[in-house]
Unconditional design. Structure first.
Length: 342
């Protein structure tokens, strides 16, 4: 079987990570990446010698890329002539405009959580609706916060059933490099409900969800506290077992020194993980509490890297590479080396 040929359009914080994730998949070929300017990720690509062919989004920007030291392999149209599918990681709103080009070339695509609803054929999460995404042309990947919620909620739902979810999201104000967004001496609130609960109900319509968001001046990950009402009584031991069976979740203990989101980030940096990225979603052991059908737990969302596995899963679903969600997830995890103890 020939490898599925994939490109990445938009080589920023998420795009560079998707590119690395796709390049690691032995049954896929990363044909190239595309951008319009020598941003820091593009500059790092040039200097690193990583070897991803770089395409320019528009012909009028080719000289700008070349002036920044890039060897330009062609334009976006040239890239689209060579691929079966792209992972679009452009700024919100850009992907919706580029969709016409994708359609004209008969190229499938995933779009990121910041894109407007309706750009994809459906909102997608591997555990929730892989079967509905199978063979679709355009998939809208959930946001980083919603991806973390969906991993935990759907793990519990598949094991014992979930009726409703309430979520309190402590949201980071900016990505690490986005200094133009801070410093901020504030806790910023927003209207209830936030989009995360709407997105959870889009992929799991049988679950009622409500989410509240407060944004704080931090950069290393979001933090969520979820209250999950199950369909039957459970226990902390059972919840730990359920979470432990999902290789995209990782249990951390306060007792072991993981006192905050920053401690987890620093640990990943000490481990030498590329960019200190985690694909897994950390859950704190001591913050899991169960009373009958009610389960409370707190997790961290590594916002820059958590959606990478689901983008790869999206390629598998759209391109009909595996017809079973568990097989698709297992293949993605294998090549990303997920499921080990961090």
């Amino acid at each position: 079987m020939s490898k599925v040929k994939v490109g990445v359009v938009g080589f920023g914080t998420i795009g560079e990570r998707i590119a690395d994730g796709l390049a690691a998949q032995e049954d896929m070929e990363l044909v190239g990446v595309c951008d319009v300017a020598v941003s820091l990720p593009v500059k790092a690509l040039i200097v690193s010698g990583k070897g991803y062919p770089l395409y320019c989004g528009t012909p009028d920007k080719v000289k700008d890329l070349e002036a920044g030291g890039a060897t330009v392999a062609g334009t976006l149209d040239d890239l689209l002539k060579q691929v079966d599918m792209v992972c679009d990681a452009t700024a919100p709103g850009v992907g919706a405009k580029l969709k016409e080009q994708y359609e004209a070339h008969g190229v499938k695509a995933t779009f990121q959580g910041g894109e407007k609803i309706g750009t994809g054929d459906l909102q997608f999460h591997s555990l929730a609706n892989y079967d509905k995404a199978y063979g679709k042309d355009y998939l809208h990947i959930l946001s980083c916060n919603t991806t973390g919620m969906a991993r935990c909620i759907n793990s519990i739902d598949r094991a014992i059933g979930v009726e409703r979810v309430n979520a309190m999201i402590i949201r980071r104000a900016a990505d690490v490099a986005e200094t133009h967004k801070g410093p901020v001496d504030a806790a910023i609130v927003q209207k209830v409900p936030s989009h995360q609960c709407e997105d959870i109900m889009a992929v799991s319509p049988h679950i009622k969800a409500l989410s509240v968001v407060v944004t704080l001046p931090i950069t290393h990950g979001h933090v969520q506290t979820l209250q999950v009402h199950c369909k039957q009584d459970t226990s902390k031991e059972q919840i730990l077992e359920i979470f432990g069976q999902n290789p995209r979740l990782q249990i951390f203990r306060i007792e072991d020194g993981f006192l905050s989101n920053s401690h987890i980030f620093d640990y990943c940096r000490d481990l030498g993980l590329p960019r200190a990225d985690m694909y897994e979603c950390p859950v704190w052991d001591e913050m899991i509490h169960v009373e009958g059908r009610e389960v409370w737990f707190t997790q961290m969302i590594p916002q820059e890297s958590i959606v990478i596995p689901e983008n790869v899963d999206g390629v598998r679903a759209a391109m009909k590479m595996q017809d079973d969600y568990a097989d698709a997830i297992a293949e993605t995890n294998k090549y990303l080396k997920m499921g080990g103890k961090v």
